[in-house]
Design a protein around this ligand. Structure first.
Ligand code: NAD
Ligand code: WQD
Length: 346
């Protein structure tokens, strides 16, 4: 099948491109390089020995997207494109709402016009909010988000679900019932085992694993652990860290599922196993061969204590489950970081 990946040059998109190509699908990528570079796609081609059709474009540009989609007519769109930094979204909410909401509306308009059927969307466990108790199941009511980024995911889920319902009625200008798959990622980490592609955050990393990796490689002095007074065994927050290649393989299954179904479905993509911040620091130390320096700091505003998935639905319906554990995560993150200490910029 032909898959079109918006934001496909980014962290999760590039790994998913590898998994799709290896599963025998054709891949086209649309990216404006707001947070990535074309180098990632060159490396995807190097890993797989296959070509990717690459378009530099903004997904909010209706005319251009219509042109690209008309050329490609994909069996499924996987919509990764979006701004994703939680702290930045508090500072520039309008840019976040404009980019994330507008890109999704634009895609839906183009799909309606061209009669394209399937879309898989990058949602986030953040939509469970902080009132639900883990493990989170897809049937739980979505919670109250703590930042504009989270609200954009919440709203995009709603928009896609409403569009699927409207298209099913066959009324108005819908040519075909939509198939919408919402994937709620937990904490994507790690890198492709080749060490050729991985996470390349701009500036100071916001997330735990890239921060640990940069301390380990000597780019930063030490990690600050945000709080050790939570009600957990070691006092630090627990998360469901999922290897990015497991996540990528989940997209292959989800896109294949979307192409042969109608309506909307939600799936958690997580492992179901929580690890604390200090457990991650220790595991990374083992992988890189020396301890990762850290100090304990205050809690970070907006952090939930615990977040992990119930991943049963994806296993039952998609036949997918995460296969890689914490040791593979740390091994592959270290392999990428040590081979590319400055990311793609060499
Ligand atoms: P990323 O920043 O590496 O990738 C996003 C890509 O989208 C980038 O290549 C960026 O240049 C591109 N982009 C942004 N706006 C665009 C636009 N208007 N037009 C075209 N391209 C555009 O992020 P990622 O970690 O790969 O995340 C991919 C998706 O998954 C995002 O929607 C993100 O919100 C979501 N997500 C990420 C995480 C995570 O922890 N990484 C967790 C849950 C959900
Ligand atoms: C993990 C744990 C921190 C950095 C975020 C978004 C979420 C989703 C994934 C997109 C927490 C602790 C972190 C550091 C630390 N993204 N930490 N020191 O907060 O679970 O989720 O990314 O959808 O929406 O909110 O991930 O990696 O930032 O933090 O102690 O320097 O590591 O407090 O407990 P988080 P994270």
């Amino acid at each position: 099948m032909k898959m079109l990946l918006t934001g496909g040059a980014g962290y999760i998109g590039s790994h998913t491109a590898v998994a799709l190509l290896e599963a025998g699908h054709d891949v086209a990528v649309v990216d404006n390089y707001a947070n990535s570079s074309a180098e990632a796609i060159k490396r995807v081609e190097k890993i797989t020995g296959k070509n990717v059709s690459l378009y530099e474009a903004d997904c909010c540009d209706n005319t251009r997207m219509l042109e690209i989609l008309k050329t490609e007519m994909p069996d499924c769109i996987i919509h990764f494109a979006g701004l994703k930094a939680v702290g930045e979204s508090v500072e520039i909410p309008i840019e976040y709402y404009r980019n994330n909401i507008d890109s999704t509306l634009t895609l839906l308009e183009c799909m309606r016009e061209l009669g394209l059927k399937s879309i898989v969307f990058s949602s986030s466990a953040t939509v469970y909010g902080d009132d639900n108790v883990p493990p989170f199941t897809e049937g739980m009511p979505r919670g109250v988000c703590t930042n504009p980024y989270g609200w954009t995911k919440w709203m995009q889920e709603q928009m896609l679900t409403d569009a699927a319902s409207a298209s099913a009625s066959g009324k108005r200008e819908w040519k075909t019932p939509l198939s919408v798959v919402l994937l709620r990622y937990f904490n994507p980490v790690g890198a492709h085992e080749s060490g050729l592609i991985g996470e390349d955050p701009q500036g100071i990393p916001n997330n735990l694993m890239p921060y640990i990796s940069q301390v380990a490689v000597g780019r930063r002095d030490h990690l600050t652990v945000f709080g050790n007074d939570y009600d957990t065994p070691d006092g630090t927050c627990r998360r469901d860290y999922i290897h990015v290649m497991d996540l990528a393989e989940g997209h292959v299954k989800a896109a294949e599922y979307a192409a042969s179904h109608e309506g909307s479905e939600v799936f958690n993509l997580g492992t179901g196993d929580p690890f604390s911040v200090l457990e991650m620091v220790e595991a990374f130390g083992k992988a890189c061969g020396h301890p990762v320096a850290y100090e304990i700091g205050p809690r970070r505003a907006g952090d939930v204590q615990d977040s992990w998935a119930n991943a049963d639905k994806a296993k039952e319906v998609l036949g997918w489950e995460a296969k890689r554990g914490i040791d593979e995560i740390c091994r592959d993150a270290w392999n990428w970081q040590s081979k590319n200490p400055k990311g793609y910029s060499k």
